[in-house]
Design a binder for this molecule. Structure first.
Ligand SMILES: [Zn+2]
Length: 145
């Protein structure tokens, strides 16, 4: 899945995606797959597929259900879109990657990591080609011209 040219510097979310993410707040980590388009270093997220968290201890980690991953990929393809990111929450933490996230970073490269913190704040990151290095992606309210 590695594309060396994939380097979005900004991201925007459809309102329904933002609303859904807020609803995913809870005592356990919740997760989902983000579908949209990337063009000219901007990613627009048009939909979210909520996924089952298969981790044994969901308070501190997430593991996206494989069937949900395949369903999201199929939905993206049917919609002429792409899988652009992975979403998860930190119910008691900040909207930045945890050490556990870093351990799984390579698995989801080059997708965007969208993390929702305890106050429903969002942090969006990509993993630099060197690996283990997170770069923050700016969240903007609409697709730039
Ligand atoms: Zn995390």
């Amino acid at each position: 899945m590695h594309h060396s040219s994939y380097a979005p510097s900004s991201v925007s979310f459809h309102k329904t995606v933002l609303d859904t993410m807020v609803l995913l707040r809870g005592p356990s980590e919740t997760c989902g797959l983000l579908i949209g388009h990337t063009a000219a270093s901007h990613t627009h997220v048009s939909s979210i597929h909520v996924a089952t968290n298969r981790a044994r201890r969901t308070q501190r980690r997430f593991k996206i259900d494989a069937t949900d991953l395949l369903a999201a990929a199929a939905a993206a393809q049917a919609d002429a879109s792409e899988l652009v990111g992975v979403f998860h929450t930190h119910p008691e933490g900040s909207a930045s990657p945890s050490p556990l996230d870093a351990a799984h970073a390579a698995l989801w490269s080059p997708l965007l990591w969208v993390i929702q913190g305890r106050e429903s704040e969002l942090g969006v990151f990509v993993i630099e080609a060197a690996g283990e290095r997170w770069r923050r992606v700016r969240v903007v309210s609409s697709v730039p011209p």
